[in-house]
Design a protein around this ligand. Sequence first.
Ligand SMILES: Cc1ncc(COP(=O)(O)O)c(C=O)c1O
Length: 402
Amino acid sequence: MTIAKKVADSMEKSSWIRRMFEEGEELRKKVGPENVYDFTLGNPIMEPPAEFQQRLLEVLEQGDCHGYTGPLGWEEVRRSIAAHYKVRTGLPFTMDNIIMTCGAAGGFNSVLTAILDPGDEVVIFVPYFAEYLFYIDNANGVAVKVDTDREFGIDVAALEKALSPKTKAVAINSPNNPTGRVYDEKMLAEMARLLEAKQKEYGHEIYLLSDEPYRAIVYNGCRVPEISNVYENSIVMTSHSKDLGLAGERIGNIALRPGIAEYEELREAIAFTTRALGFKSAPATMQRVVSTLQDSTVDIAAYERKRNMLCEGLEKLGFKFHKPEGAFYLFPQTPIPDDVKFVKELQKECILTVPGSGFGRPGHIRISYCVEDDTIVRSMPGFEKIARRMKIPGQAGTPRSK
Ligand SMILES: Cc1ncc(COP(=O)(O)O)c(C=O)c1O
């Protein structure tokens, strides 16, 4: 057999994604793409802000922006990004704390490969971004899944039960994909206290890996706490895929907190794994471009408007959900326990969503509202039909929002 068994198994487990895509394509051919309401993708539809183009032209005109940059990235770029982390956290970040990456995903793989020995455990919270399972497996680690609470927040008691002497890292993602939940300071501080105690008990570091590509996408003035201010052994992995709408440009960074254990060794190891994994260096032109766009974003108000339209529409129909504080996903409960069946019911109304099972939490669906306003508006009659057919108790349902 040509294909490695591990890869074939993973492909089989995630084959539902391909099936859904194929079914969506068939539907588009049958009824016309404009009549299909596709809420499955997290691919930003908004163009980058105007200053992006201007900056891109500037960088191209200056030249010297197409060669290898070394596995850590251009020094002046890392210096500029470190200055932003310094302002945000009040901590003495320097360019030595920053490594430029091929998106958050590239950074995550470089970090895991650098720190995991075979069999080391990485805790992830359910529901989780499905790719984490592959990233951890790529690095020969073991994913340990911990349930979140009713509002998708960190359940510190459940986390405590899942920790073991083999725990090397705990991964968090806030604002969260697929729930839109933002973890508050109190919850993070409680988790940090637990991890500090466990580090002492086990006699080794537990790294907190914070996956933050949605940090800037928050609503109603919500603030995402700086993980570096909460826990010493923390590593941020982020990107500009979502906040600047540059997903296809593969540009992000890793920030090692000043004072993190084995800092020099970590940086060298991540530089090495970035090379060994074949990334070589983050895209050179984009490094220069984003270095001066750290305070720019796409139009966050537009995402907030889409969130409100979707939440108001589904709330009226009796759907139950946690109203997202950030990112661009809604994760409502399904009115029947079988989320895959419910996704198929929605498909009959040309509404495409992703079953919660794909994120480890059946009984839910993920709706990505990274779509045109019109898609949300025109999908509502379909949602209404389903709500009637499934006898969701209309106005009686209250959302699980705070
Ligand atoms: C939670 C989460 N982490 C990481 C990624 C990967 O992002 P990037 O494009 O920065 O690699 C995504 C992309 O959707 C995501 O949702």
